[in-house]
Write a protein that binds this ligand. Sequence first.
Ligand SMILES: O=C(O)/C=C(\CC(=O)C(=O)O)C(=O)O
Length: 297
Amino acid sequence: MADFQMDPNWLCWDPAPSTPRFTPPPGAVDAHCHVFGPGDVFPYAPERKYTPCDASKEQLFALRDHLGFARNVIVQATCHGADNRALVDALEASEGRARGVATVRDTVTDEELAALDAAGVRGVRFNFVRRLVDPKPDAYYRAIIDRIAPLGWHVVIYFEAADLEERWDFFTSLPTTVVVDHMGRPDVTKPVDGPEFGRFVRLMAEHENVWSKVSCPERLSKSGPPSYDDVVPFARTLVERFPDRVLWGTDWPHPNMTSHMPDDGALVDIIPRIAPSEDLQRRLLVDNPMRLYWGAR
Ligand SMILES: O=C(O)/C=C(\CC(=O)C(=O)O)C(=O)O
């Protein structure tokens, strides 16, 4: 039995989040969350850059119900590397109420891809954040795309704002639907109509296959909890400009937070501030994730 110790000073998820004042529409999807271990059942990957606090599927599903959501999209995190067993276990236990985004290597077999697909995986994640992974050359990712595109899967990319200029040609050449995590991690102390976020808006404006998760105010904010006021204009800009290509997620269990651990109920209460009408809320929380993760391929 593996005996994992979470990193020193690791902030564990909030065991008693508040009940949100905002009621998500029926069928709402938390489209960005993770399961971690438990490490003694699903060991963390040897190549990981952090060892988290365990966060099980049962705990995720309890949070889903507490926050008033119907479904989850569970995203493979780097602490599990390309070992998707914890993810698949959660998908299979979800009774069809969860879909997954996996991490695979370029050596993945067709049988492995078919098994992931049968479990409910609908995309792969490419992570370019250097504190989490050692990014690979573009050709490595292209080889994977050639394998997953026939399945109708999409690609989730996670990068820092500075990477967008450097990898622009690669990101804009991807042939599948591309979902960007956490709005491309803008520096929210810069103006929402300035050149840095302008580049991200241009990415979405010029490339209709690019979607964004309007998630992670707790990671991006400098003004802090519970209202995360400085992040709201960035997320709202994307929701209003691209209402059919945005997704929202809790990011539970909030790995690698160092400033504070968010109250998941307070995160849900930000939704009506970034999606002010019922129509925008329904597209963000129901229509868009259902089309991408539960729709016909
Ligand atoms: O949970 C997230 O989306 C963000 C993460 C963790 C992560 O992406 C990973 O481990 O794969 C982060 O910024 O540390």
